[in-house]
Ligand binder design. Structure first.
Ligand code: NAD
Ligand code: IPM
Ligand code: MN
Length: 369
C-alpha cells in the first residue's frame, strides 16, 4: 500500500518542542519497524500569522484535507493575545475543525499507576481511572451566529455569543459516544444545562432519541454540567464515556486532566464523518495549549503529544501494535522514576523535554529487542 500521508503542524510555544520529540519516535518506527510515512510540515497559529498573515492559511487547510491524518501541536501565546478576533492564532485550530468537519473530539483521561502521586485527588479515588470524554467540536457557542461586540446608542458595549445546535449535530456526536461506550464499560453520561438552556433541552431530547432508536443496550444517564464538574472532582470512577457540547467538553476535559496528574499527559483525537470513499478526516493533538509560561525552557512534557501520535497510529493508520509499544514505553519511563516538572513527585529525577524523549526511545529499544 502507498505510504500514509501525515501532515504535521507544530504551531507555537511548546508545540514545536514536543513535536520534535514525537518526530524522533516517528524516525524510530521508520528505522526499526520498516514503516514509512510521507511527512509534510505546515504552518498554523501565531507563526502562520506572522509568516503569511493568516492563522490558518488555505495551503494548510488543503494539505490537511489531502493528508491521511494531521498531527497538531498547539497554538497561541501572549504575543498575539491583543489582536482582533479574526486574527487570533486560535482560529488555526478552529478553522481546521470546521473546514474538515472534525466534530467528535475524543479525550481520554487515564490514570497510569506510576502517576498516582501526581493526581490532585486521593489515590483511592483515581486508581485505575479511565474516562473518555467525547466533545462536540464544530458547533455550539464556538461558532453560533450572531457573535461580536456592538456599541449601543448610549455608548455602552454588549458582547454576544450564540449557543446553537442543530439536532443532526447532536445526533452524530451522540452516536460516536454510544459506539465508544459499547467497546468500553457500556455507559454514557450526557452533559447539558437542560434546566436553563433551550439548546440544552434539545441536546437532552436528541441524545435520548438516538439512544432509544439505536443504542438501547447502552446505559444512558443525563447530568447537569455543573454537577458533572463536582462529580468528576469527587467520585470520578462512576464515569465511562462523558458526552458534552463544545464548551462544557472543553472545561470538563481540563478538569479530567487534573485528575490524571497533568495536562502534559493527555492526548486527543478529533474525527470527522466516515466518507463514502471510506476516508475519515482526523486530527490529533494534546489537550494542552502552547504553555507560554514554560515555552523555550526545554521542560515541557512531550507525553501528551507523543500519545496523540499513538492515537493517530491506532485510529487512522490501524497500527495498534506500534501504538501500544509507544504507550508502554512512556509508562515504563514514568515507572522508572524519571519525571518532567509537571508530574514531579518526591524521590523522582527531574528531566527536561528531550531527555524524556530519549528515555522513551530507550524503552522502545528494549521493548522491541
Ligand atoms: P496551557 O494548556 O497552554 O497551559 C496551562 C498550564 O499547564 C500552564 O501552566 C502550562 O505550563 C501547563 N502545561 C501545559 N502543557 C504542558 C506540558 N506539555 N508540560 C508541562 N506543563 C504543561 O493553557 P493556557 O495557559 O490557558 O493557554 C496558553 C495558550 O495556549 C493560549 O493562547 C491558549 O489560547 C492556547 N491554547 C491552545 C490550545 C491548542 O492549541 N489546542 C489548547 C489550549 C490553549
Ligand atoms: C482546546 C483549546 C481550544 C478550544 C482553543 C485554543 C481554541 O482550549 O483545544 O481545548 O477551546 O477548543
Ligand atoms: Mn481547552
Amino acid at each position: 500500500p502507498a505510504n500514509k500521508k501525515l501532515l504535521i503542524l507544530p504551531g507555537d510555544g511548546i508545540g514545536p518542542e514536543v513535536v520534535r520529540e514525537t518526530r524522533r519516535i516517528i524516525e524510530w518506527l521508520e528505522r526499526r519497524r520498516a514503516i514509512t510515512f510521507e511527512i509534510e510540515e505546515g504552518l498554523v497559529g501565531g507563526i502562520a500569522l506572522d509568516t503569511t498573515g493568516s492563522a490558518c492559511p488555505d495551503e494548510t487547510v488543503e494539505a490537511a484535507k489531502a493528508a491521511d491524518a494531521v498531527l497538531f501541536g498547539s497554538v497561541g501565546g501572549p504575543k498575539w493575545d491583543s489582536l482582533p478576533f479574526d486574527k487570533r492564532p486560535e482560529l488555526g485550530i478552529l478553522r481546521l475543525r470546521k473546514d474538515l468537519g472534525l466534530f467528535a473530539n475524543l479525550r481520554p483521561a487515564v490514570v497510569l499507576d506510576p502517576l498516582l502521586d501526581a493526581s490532585a485527588l486521593k489515590h483511592d479515588l483515581v486508581r485505575g481511572l479511565n474516562i473518555m470524554i467525547v466533545r462536540e467540536t464544530t458547533s455550539g457557542v464556538y461558532f453560533g451566529e450572531p457573535r461580536g461586540v456592538t456599541t449601543g446608542a448610549d455608548g455602552k458595549r454588549t458582547g454576544v455569543d450564540t449557543q446553537l445546535y442543530h439536532e443532526d449535530e447532536i445526533a452524530r456526536v451522540a452516536r460516536v459516544a454510544f459506539e465508544l461506550a459499547r467497546q468500553r464499560r457500556n455507559k454514557v453520561t450526557s452533559v447539558d444545562k437542560a434546566n436553563v438552556m433551550q439548546s440544552g433541552r434539545l441536546w437532552r431530547a436528541v441524545v435520548g432519541e438516538v439512544h432509544k432508536a439505536e443504542f438501547a443496550d447502552v446505559e444512558l444517564e443525563h447530568m447537569y454540567a455543573d454537577n458533572c464538574a463536582m462529580q468528576l472532582a469527587s467520585r470520578p470512577k462512576q464515569f465511562d464515556v462523558i458526552l458534552a457540547d463544545n464548551l462544557f467538553g472543553d472545561v470538563l476535559s481540563d478538569l479530567a486532566a487534573a485528575l490524571t496528574g497533568s495536562l502534559g499527559m493527555l492526548p486527543s483525537a478529533t474525527l470527522g464523518e466516515v466518507q463514502p470513499t471510506g476516508k475519515r478526516h482526523a486530527l490529533y493533538e494534546p489537550i494542552h495549549g502552547s504553555a507560554p509560561d514554560i515555552a523555550g525552557k526545554g521542560i515541557a512534557n512531550p507525553s501528551a503529544q507523543i500519545l496523540s501520535f499513538a492515537m493517530l497510529l491506532k485510529i487512522s493508520f490501524g497500527m495498534e501494535e506500534e501504538a501500544v509499544l509507544i504507550e508502554q514505553a512512556i509508562e515504563k519511563v514514568l515507572a522508572g522514576g524519571l519525571r518532567t516538572a509537571d508530574i514531579m513527585a518526591p524521590g523522582m529525577a527531574r528531566i527536561g523535554t528531550s531527555v524524556m524523549g530519549e528515555a522513551v526511545l530507550r524503552e522502545l529499544d528494549k521493548l522491541a529487542a
